[in-house]
Design a protein around this ligand. Sequence first.
Ligand code: TPP
Length: 564
Amino acid sequence: MNKPVELATLTGAEAAVEMLKAHGVEVIFGLCGDTSLPLYDALARLGSIKHVLTRDERHAAYMADGYARLSGKVGVCEGPSGGGATYLLPGLVEANESSIPVLGINTDVSVSSRNRFTLTELDQRALMRPLTKWNTVLDRSVDIPRVFRKAFESMTTGRPGAAHVALPFDVQNGPVERREVWADPTLGSFPSRRVGPDPSLVELAAKLLRNAKSPVFICGGGVVLSGAEQELSSLAESLSAPVATTISGKGSIDERCAHSVGVVGSNGGTPETRAVVDAADVVVFVGCRAGSVTTERWRHPPAGKARIIHIDVDPAVPGTNYKVDVPLIGDARLCLSSLNDALEGYRRDADLSWVDERKREKFDKFEALARSDDTPIKPERVVFELSRQLDSDAVLVADPGTPCPYFSAYHVVRGTGRRFFSNRAHGALGYALAASIGAHFAKPRVKTVAVVGDGSFGMCVGELETAVRLRLPITFVVISNAVYGWIKAGQKSGYEQRYFSVDFSVTDHAKVAEAFGVRSWRVTEPGKLGTALREALSGGNPTLVDIVCQPLHEAKAPVSEWVA
Ligand SMILES: Cc1ncc(C[n+]2csc(CCOP(=O)(O)OP(=O)(O)O)c2C)c(N)n1
């Protein structure tokens, strides 16, 4: 018997929700609006997808980003037209540039209302085009299934990235044939459809590595994104090669092991880690763009000194910043695995104790500062006290300012995979609090902690309400110094201490958090830090520790340099 017509036809909003479900989406972060009413109604009626109501679309996108980084699945965020789109944008940009698949959905004014001075109308297609990997504004409801398939394929294949879909109000109400609603669910996770390297280039790279005297790996976010940690470790072992990482590459290798160098570059690197890079005669970049921060403006490694093998899934990356001897284009796991095969039976036994000595020098300096009882509390003390209390599987999210370079340098990741991250593409302040909420939804059983500066706190404080409403067991740590410290440190080192418009007034962040219903501590003495953090970390609800800290421009040995 033929099905009744009603059952064979969905509304556009229902089809959009079904397409998300078909790609395995379980949670969406977002904020309601007039143009989103059909979508919300479909989400309510069709069940199964959890909707996390946020207090700002910017943070909805950051939550989707944090969720994607920890779950390995596409993160989805949504908001209404106009301001909802402009507010969603910062998170999509960060995700796109950081190679994280995040789908942004903005509803929009009706197609029939376009170009008539309709409230909230803006050209979402033009707005999002330069900032996402793929985007569109729908004109017809029948295109919804095809558009969602394309968005997921685009986000999770090749170099992952963000996509944006605008759903006009009348498109949400238009018809879609149920039989058109289908998907390849593997496109909901990343990387999907891995591509391997050219075998002849693998042979060339293997030859270079066999002849190398002092090979060094520099790993970016690509290793963790691709899940290539095991292959990296096997290769590093057979070559007895040190493995350095970028900030996003933390988690590529267990930082306690003999091969690990730690983070290099101008944000989290130190002279000791730089020395290991400078000693290389062959540098292997893996899933790393060799950008200004990692290479300290292309000075480490110095151009022309070492031979370069560059592994990246994006063909445009190798050769952009260094003359490359062998480009290996493909998924990091497949490339490293091919190199392991090509080097089978080869073993280069080299003494790595010199790497260990450099690390010891670095951590001796750190510990001298970390044990200091000086007030205001030194950032090193904060890293020391927090790191030692975290379980090895805990997830730490660091904002720019003091948190990112200090935790990158001195928080030792025990184990592999994503246990530490920061928004390294654009480094917008105020990312970590929301990203930690997203991370929690991906891994609810592990402890999640966000460390933010007080400048950052001012940009994300509203989401404390989300954490309280949802009773999320996340600990927020505020490094409080009443200054945009990183910039003031730049004015000190580069502009003869002509401090200008960087100081702001002291806020009691613990009191602010308490007003939201967050259990909080304000710590001014180093001796009380350990207890406060222990109590905060053991809570089953959101907690916040406000730590009055030494500003960066007063630090004797700042961990990083200002590099424009
Ligand atoms: C949205 C945004 N605006 C401006 C900047 C430039 N910026 C980089 S670090 C920094 C200061 C950070 O201040 P705070 O969060 O208080 O941390 P601190 O450096 O004092 O530890 C600023 C303003 C930025 N990264 N993001």
